[in-house]
Design a protein around this ligand. Sequence first.
Ligand code: UDP
Ligand code: MG
Length: 323
Amino acid sequence: MQLSYRPRYSIVIPVYNEAENLAELQRRLSAVMAQLDGPTECVLVNDGSRDTSLAQMRQLRQQDPRFCYVSLARNFGHQIAVTAGLHHVRGQAVIIMDADLQDPPELIPEMLAAWRSGFAVVYAKRRQRRSESWFKRLCAYGFYRVLRQLSDVDIPTDSGDFCLLDRQVVTALNAMPERVRYLRGLRSWVGYRQTAIAFERDPRYAGSVKYTFRKSLKLATNGIVSFSQVPLRLSTYVGLLAACVAIFMVCLILYWRLFIPNSPLTGFTLILVAIFFLGAVQLVSIGILGEYVGRIYEEVKGRPLYTIGETAGFETISARGRL
Ligand code: UDP
Ligand code: MG
């Protein structure tokens, strides 16, 4: 079964082991899609799930031709899964949301209203994160503010990937060749008229968090390294500071030696502290440098962003070229 019309709205949903959520997701999405004033497609991106998610997607597709799917050949991570979805969507307005129903689909009509009034990017801003642990809330709070300070691009705080993008923005994002993708930043980088809608982020409908601490840390590092060069300069500043401290200490030692007999200073401890301090500064600097060099290496390899196992619902694309 094929859609015989070109969808006006597209919804991209990355899915990684979300079998328990898909039925409820379909139920709530169908209710929302029924209210929309134009044809809608829903692009599910299977990010290498190991549960029955893919089988459920095939079934969903059979029941409702508005659901299409792209199945990646392995787990490539959330940001790449969304990117794969953006490469496939055909709508004029594209909504990105999670599969765990933490992003309420009922917000979509409100986002579309803002889009119709002329905004190219409508992002959802979390009012509260009651459902998450205090540690995660603290990290997120700190991270968004540090990133904002460090970055030249105005990246809004407390907004995740739940957003609406105009076709113009999707085209701009799809033209970006970079492999390390921090979509929240790229979305701000493109410019255009942007606005926020505040919302309460619900707890997960079912299943466990797929963004492990390691994945979150990687996302945060990618965000900072992709959008700021301040960490690179940091080592220069710390180096200068260490030089000032060293000069001050030389003066202090000279003063003690020349004017204070039997000074309490023991050279050994001082040297040890200095060695440890400078060693630490140097290692951290090399580490920071490594983060950037690693990304250059990643980009230079020029591998494709992802590999696709199977797709369904995009046959019209290959027949007629990209819509
Ligand atoms: N996800 C994904 N690949 C991954 C990890 C997560 O596609 O490697 C998807 C997941 O299925 C969900 C969304 O990304 O739809 C957000 O994940 P999660 O709910 O675990 O993160 P959080 O809500 O804590 O940001
Ligand atoms: Mg979630």
